[in-house]
Design a binder for this molecule. Sequence first.
Ligand code: ZN
Length: 375
Amino acid sequence: MAETLNIFQLIGQEKTRQYWSTLIQSGRFGHAHILSGNSGVGKDALAFNIAATLNCKSSQDKPCGACRSCQQLKNLEHPSLKLIFALPRRSASQTDPYSGIKETEMDLINAELFKKMTWPYYHLQIDGANDIRIAAIRQLRKDIYLGNDMGSTKVVIILRAHKMNVEAANALLKILEEPPPKTIFLLTTEFSDRLPDTIRSRCAMHHIPDLAWELIRDDLVHKKGLDQVQAEICARMAHGDLAAAHTFAEQDNTFWLDRIRATLNTLAKEDFVSVHRQTLLLKDKELENDETRQQFLSLLILFFRDVAMDSKPGDTALWVAQVQQLKKLFPECDYHSAVQAIERTKDALERKVHLQLALTALFFELRKHLRGQST
Ligand SMILES: [Zn+2]
């Protein structure tokens, strides 16, 4: 039997899927929904599944994954699907979000969409795509008020909806206030609190819970062919983020463990110059993009947690040796404050603060926590 509400490789989330399946069958649900939850829990995959279910032509077990409508949805090219996401600003056009985007850049955007279609956990990486602007919403407005093909439900999915700027959010609000018939809006976001209250009050809120690391581990073993120990390190490091776990799985963990070792050794030294040098090295050579920065900090968090809890993933000698080294070097370490400091830095980096300043501040704070000098 087909899995409930799943033609998009959703991992776990059985309760959420069951909930939506029942909700859709009942036919009694509002036209606007916010699907919020941490990165990599499957919000977009869930939204695609909902869109497919609403339009599936099968008489049972929707979405079937096989009918024409499901096939079109799987290719993200269903005429009733309106997918909105941040695009680079290449012109001042207020009506066409693609205005000024060159053909070569369009090819790259399509390649990103293809990755998303193949695996909905994938984070679109489009250069300069910092916000969702009014042009995107104006174009949406034009599209959705056009005649509807009878029987189908238009589904507007706004990916990372918190990226809407104020103008775009206001324009969307107007649409939500007078929604066209047979149209539903699904806004996915990791930061629902960054959406204006006016939008939130028009939407039903749904929280998508974190994934257990065991589910992520099993997925890495099956899909990435990792051995149990490597899969476990990647899964735990990802803190419930399947997309991040897959990225970790594609990289050499040894490399990252070396970075952690170098950083801890630096923090163990008394001189401030080496701390400064280490932040420069990380900034210029090793933490070249957002993902690697988050990855480095995630690993650092996992590391402090494992030292604090005296736990070890599997029995990788390398990891255990590192944990023991930290314990020996810093018997007074305040692990809790250290983890909090790293989490604050992770959050700050999401908001594009200056990398070197953030790292320097973090390392000096960690130096204190390592020595148990928190106050
Ligand atoms: Zn179908």
